[in-house]
Design a protein around this ligand. Structure first.
Ligand SMILES: Nc1ncnc2c1ncn2[C@@H]1O[C@H](COP(=O)(O)OS(=O)(=O)O)[C@@H](OP(=O)(O)O)[C@H]1O
Length: 293
């Protein structure tokens, strides 16, 4: 379940001072255990966005020997913050000197307290945001909800506050999450733009090696994950990782790349218009044109 208690071994007195003050790298967790290395706070976090392609990015990064990542989403900076930083660190895999610790929790991007909390852990944290056309993202988000509960209202019933005037319901999370400029504003109260990398969710599909090149550069990693690591799986309709000699290649699971229901083109058009000014603002803020309009 969420926010599991610490395993008994980690409830023993802390081995190092904790947490480090602003800017601190954080103490190395525990003496070396089996397998060596120590548990450290992540130096880089994939903070968003939900349905952007965050799982694909993390799995692609895990193909890099310089990266160790938590498999599950820790949800520390939104849901489990009361557990404390020691709990958070205990979730991290052990790393050797020079390796990067990472996690991904897409809801951080829309959590008001997350920037301050991450800043308090370390102001040097690198922040990665995978962004995707907010209209497609909203439909993807809705598709996920629908897959868990087939009796929910239609997409358009949820998207509009008033269908005849075309007034969009911005309190619906599937809509709200896509107002990237607004959420980014909140992060920029704590972190400068230089701490961010914005990954195009679209290019992560159409050119995974190219986008991974940018990500590795940002993380100060050698460009180890290249086009040789990917192949396009026609059945899946997505790029997948080739596996080392002999073992099977790895595509993401069935919950990634779900077919989307057909949405009335007029509804899609209205949503596109709704997002346009926010997208323009986001392009301006990031200095990147994601080509959604
Ligand atoms: N290589 C590869 N394989 C499969 N899927 C891929 C890949 N790259 C990006 N995507 C897109 O990732 C979308 C899911 O995004 P997330 O992993 O961020 O979703 S989640 O927020 O963690 O639930 C998922 O959205 P849907 O297509 O709507 O299911 C995919 O479009």
């Amino acid at each position: 379940g969420p926010c599991e208690p610490l395993p008994p071994a980690l409830l023993l007195p802390a081995p190092g001072a904790l947490p480090a003050g602003p800017g601190g790298a954080g103490g190395a967790g525990g003496a070396g255990g089996a397998g060596g290395g120590s548990r450290r706070f992540p130096q880089a976090i994939i903070v968003g966005v939900k349905k952007g392609g965050t799982r694909a990015l993390l799995e692609f990064l895990r193909a890099h020997p310089g990266v160790r990542a938590v498999g599950a989403e820790p949800h520390f900076f939104d849901r489990c913050y009361e557990k404390g930083l020691r709990w958070y660190r205990s979730l991290m895999p052990r790393t050797l000197e020079g390796q990067i610790t990472m996690e991904k929790t897409p809801s951080y991007f829309v959590t008001k307290e997350a920037p301050r909390r991450i800043y308090n852990m370390s102001r040097d944290t690198k922040l990665i945001v995978v962004v995707r056309n907010p209209v497609t993202r909203a439909i993807s988000d809705y598709t996920q909800t629908l897959s868990k509960n087939p009796s929910i209202p239609s997409f358009q019933a949820l998207a509009f506050k008033n269908a005849s005037t075309g007034l969009i319901d911005t309190s619906w999370s599937a809509v709200r999450i896509g107002i990237y400029a607004k959420h980014l504003d909140n992060w920029l109260q704590y972190f400068p733009l230089s701490k961010f990398l914005f990954v195009s969710g679209e290019r992560l599909v159409s050119d995974p090696a190219g986008e991974m090149g940018r990500v590795q550069d940002f993380l100060g990693l050698q460009r180890v994950v290249t086009d040789k690591h990917f192949y396009f799986n026609e059945t899946k309709g997505f790029p997948c990782l080739k596996k080392p000699e002999g073992s099977k290649p790895r595509c993401l699971g069935k919950s990634k790349g779900r077919p989307h229901p057909r949405i009335d083109p007029q509804v899609v058009q209205r949503l596109r218009e709704f997002y346009r000014p926010f997208n323009m603002k986001f392009y301006q803020m990031t200095g990147q044109d994601f080509g959604w309009d």
